[in-house]
Ligand binder design. Structure first.
Ligand code: 26Q
Length: 808
């Protein structure tokens, strides 16, 4: 059907008829999207079957990437690119009189993740398939993804993300592969033939039903699987409940409460609260995933022998850490292994990635809640803890203090990171500085116990989505200039360095950037009703909203610029458009106040005719993967300004660099390695470094008020937040104002002057057009390191020990 245009057109019209019984003229864009989608799915299915057959061969090790989030973004065009049929489809649709972009735009953007961690999972799936690696995703099929953000009167308002409203063409429901997951109840301990048995009784059960989505590799026939689980109470269980207890309403309630498990993604990404439903979600998908892996393994091998040699289970942060006790439970209670054998298998199967140094983001669950919901799993965790603590006492008889630090159960709580460290064979950070901080501070005691478990895997992003798909003109220019080997080997982008000073190449780079800026300007015109000048610097700050990411620092700089422009209307700064996009967790008040602050500053500045449009401020609502793909290729400046030591890696920074933006950033996360790649003249670094930040935390010595009192500009800006300057009630930004003055834990005021200086440098560089373009090209040339193909290659050889399986 995709062999040539004529065949494609015929298949398209036929499918339209069989699916909707209508003619082309009568069909809507949404119907046309569904038709193209199902054609693509049919086309993929052949290789999907074939890939699975290959994976059943002996000696093929499989990786399962467990993650509570997969932030996929739209799939259709990625499929077309990876299947190498995009141009053909585009032309054929054109000949049918159908606008390709309208069709692509019909697809909902599935927001099954919060931000970096979820998007990383999606990039990893793309890289696994593209590197011919047998690696699959396991997660939850949320009925509602991350909320949709509307900005009303400057405030964030959250609306449900009903992404399944019109159905989902990519998924295949596998009802017959459903498994049961049990909650609550109690555990009866007995003995059979001298062996202890654990019988789980009086539990509530729910069916986990898998929905599989194909993950297509880049031009290589590989089709891996993303399996997302949905909680469903089957009709028969529902009826049984109703009839046996004679209480119909109770039965309905039961169904409703059980199915709630997969209803909604939790919108918090850096402050974790111990919510029962969240714990249910975690056990639900982990139990379903492990059961299905074990079942498949037994079907193929007949027994569980050599399990760890053939299966790798990777946990994306601690959210799926119950994989450890759940695998223990299945091995012991269902497969009859003894503790030591089960422990051997488990700890050789599971590996773990940490994504945070923030203590408030480390998961811990109250023992009572945990025990009530997962009685048997609790017993296993307790036993793991007991044995581990005993081992520590034997090893370090004189020190009791480290045991308090490393115990899994402590102070009435279960510490999930500790469980992950004890129960896995590998723990990695996501950038070099992050891994070093884990070893020195956050997980320091564990590092002294298990130094061999620690390793670094610096994050990466898929250049297929964030360059080839998002910026096709740039991708084409690169291939025309250095050949297309970089698509398979992103490190070949380095050849572009030879063109960094090439005038005609620079002009082409500039032209593409201007085109992308024009498109973004049109989007801003449509969505915000604001006209922006495409010859101004597009200075972009898009990511989740959090105090440590310091959107406020950016705002303070904008306010200061404005003040200086008002004082001196002839000041010849390069015009700038400050572009923001960010969702705040709904209960995170300071973050929401920051959104309102950005919009209030925008109101003042954008409506002031006296500054001649030299600066503008735009907040683009509902930042998501699709918007990222439009915004990033249009950026001149990439804002990566977290307090040093707080951003584990960042991945937006890599996407911007790949698209030729200049980074202004702190020495935090992957910025450190970006600087190392491009050299200090091609990135603008400012602010405290991680060591200085740590020193202030340990020894004190910083008072924001001192800076407020000594720096006129800071004082003016801080005062303007509460003195009526912003045309909002005076108490609107009181909390933020107080936070900055009295609890400036993220050193916003401390880094202000250094940031302003750095921004001045950005302005100066932009004025030297050739230097700017050279820097832009150097950034692209060095972005190869930050491809997720490199990262996944390192996971495959360094952690999982899996090898490629070529599908012919
Ligand atoms: C946990 C428990 C309860 C509710 C929510 C959560 C939760 C959900 C999401 C906790 C954390 C997250 C997401 C974290 C995240 O996105 N971290 C980012 O991961 C990126 C990929 O490694 C890094 O680049 C970023 O630096 C890091 O902040």
């Amino acid at each position: 059907m995709f062999s040539n245009k004529e065949n494609f057109k015929r298949s398209f019209l036929e499918k339209l008829q069989t699916m909707y019984a209508i003619s082309l003229e009568e069909s809507s864009d949404s119907e046309r999207y569904m038709v193209l989608g199902s054609l693509v799915r049919d086309y993929v299915s052949k290789n999907w079957v074939k890939t699975n057959k290959h994976y059943l061969q002996d000696g093929v090790k499989q990786v399962y990437y467990f993650s509570l989030e997969f932030l996929l973004g739209r799939m259709l065009e990625s499929y077309l690119i990876n299947l190498d049929i995009k141009d053909m489809c585009k032309e054929a649709l054109d000949e049918l009189g159908i606008d390709y972009n309208n069709i692509i735009g019909q697809e909902p953007d599935p927001g099954l993740g919060n931000g970096g961690l979820g998007r990383l999972g999606a990039c990893f799936l793309d890289s696994l398939a593209s590197l011919n690696l047998p690696g699959h995703g396991c997660g939850i099929r949320y009925r509602y993804g991350l909320f949709e953000q509307k900005i009303v009167n400057g405030y964030q308002v959250e609306l449900p993300d009903n992404w399944l409203k019109k159905g989902n063409v990519w998924e295949v429901k596998k009802a017959e592969k459903a498994v049961e997951v049990r909650f609550g109840g109690d555990v009866k301990i007995g003995t059979v033939n001298g062996k202890m048995t654990f019988i789980h009784e009086n539990y509530h059960s729910v069916m986990a039903v898998p929905y599989d989505t194909p993950i297509v590799g880049y031009k290589n026939n590989t089709v891996n699987t993303l399996r997302l689980w949905s909680a469903e109470v089957a009709q028969k269980d529902f009826d049984f409940q109703a009839f046996s207890k004679g209480d119909y309403l109770k039965a309905v309630e039961y169904k409703y409460s059980m199915e709630a498990i997969s209803q909604v993604l939790y919108p918090d990404d850096s402050y974790v609260q111990g919510r029962l439903l969240r714990l249910k979600q975690q056990y639900f998908f982990v139990s379903a995933g492990i059961q299905s892996i074990v079942r498949r393994y037994k079907k193929k091998h007949g027994s569980l022998e050599n399990f760890a040699d053939n299966i790798s289970i990777h946990i994306n942060d601690t959210h799926p850490v119950l994989a450890i006790p759940e695998l223990m439970r299945i091995l012991m209670d269902e497969e009859g292994l003894g503790w030591d054998d089960a422990w051997q298998v488990t700890t050789n199967t599971v590996s773990y990635t940490n994504h945070t140094t923030l203590s408030e983001a480390l998961e811990k669950w109250p023992v009572d809640m945990f025990k009530g919901l997962l009685p048997r799993i609790y017993m296993i965790v307790e036993e793991i803890n007991k044995r581990f603590c005993q081992e520590m006492i034997n090893k370090y008889p004189k020190h009791s203090q480290p045991i308090d630090k490393v115990a899994i159960i402590h102070d009435g709580h279960i510490r999930m990171a500790n469980l992950a460290l004890v129960g896995s064979y590998s723990v990695n950070g996501v950038s070099r500085i992050h891994t070093e901080l884990l070893k020195k501070h956050v997980l320091g005691v564990f590092y002294s116990i298990y130094p061999y478990k620690f390793n670094n895997k610096t994050n990466g992003v898929t250049h297929r989505r964030f360059l080839i798909k998002a910026n096709p003109k740039l991708a084409e220019l690169i291939s025309d200039t250095i050949g297309s080997s970089w698509i398979y080997h992103p490190s070949d982008l380095i050849v572009l360095r030879n063109y960094a000073n090439d005038k005609s190449f620079q002009e082409e780079i500039l032209k593409i950037k201007q085109d992308n800026k024009k498109k973004l300007a049109m989007l801003i015109r449509r969505q915000n009703g604001i006209d922006v000048d495409i010859s101004s610097i597009f200075d972009v700050h898009v990511k989740r909203l959090h105090a440590y990411k310091r959107q406020v620092l950016n705002v303070m700089h904008i306010m200061d610029l404005y003040n200086r422009l008002k004082d001196n209307p002839n000041w010849d700064i390069t015009p700038r458009t400050f572009i923001f996009g960010a969702k705040a967790a709904p209960a995170y008040h300071l973050a929401k106040e920051t959104i309102k602050l950005i919009n209030s500053v925008a109101d003042v500045i954008n409506n002031d005719k006296t500054i001649n449009d030299k600066i503008k401020v735009v907040f683009i609502e509902n930042y998501n993967v699709s918007l990222a793909e439009s915004i990033i290729p249009a950026a001149d400046v990439s804002e990566q300004i977290s307090t040093a030591s707080k951003e584990a890696s960042g991945t937006g920074n890599m996407k911007f660099m790949m698209n030729g933006a200049l980074t202004i950033g702190t020495l935090d996360g992957a910025n450190v390695e970006i600087k190392e790649e491009v050299g200090e003249n091609n990135i603008v670094i400012f602010g405290l470094n991680a060591l200085e930040v740590q020193n202030y935390y340990y020894h004190g010595g910083y008072k924001a008020m001192d800076i407020y009192n000594s720096d006129e500009r800071v004082k003016r800006v801080i005062d303007q937040m509460v003195n009526g300057f912003l045309l909002t009630p005076q108490e609107e930004f009181k909390a933020l104002h107080n936070h900055l003055l009295y609890h400036d834990e993220y050193f916003v005021l401390k880094d202000f002057s250094s940031y302003v200086e750095a921004q001045c440098k950005v302005d100066n560089t932009y004025k030297q057009r050739e230097k700017w373009l050279e820097t832009s090209i150097i950034n692209i040339a060095h972005s190869g390191k930050f491809s997720s193909d490199r990262t996944i290659g390192e996971y495959a050889t360094g952690i999982w020990k899996v090898s490629p399986v070529v599908i012919d």
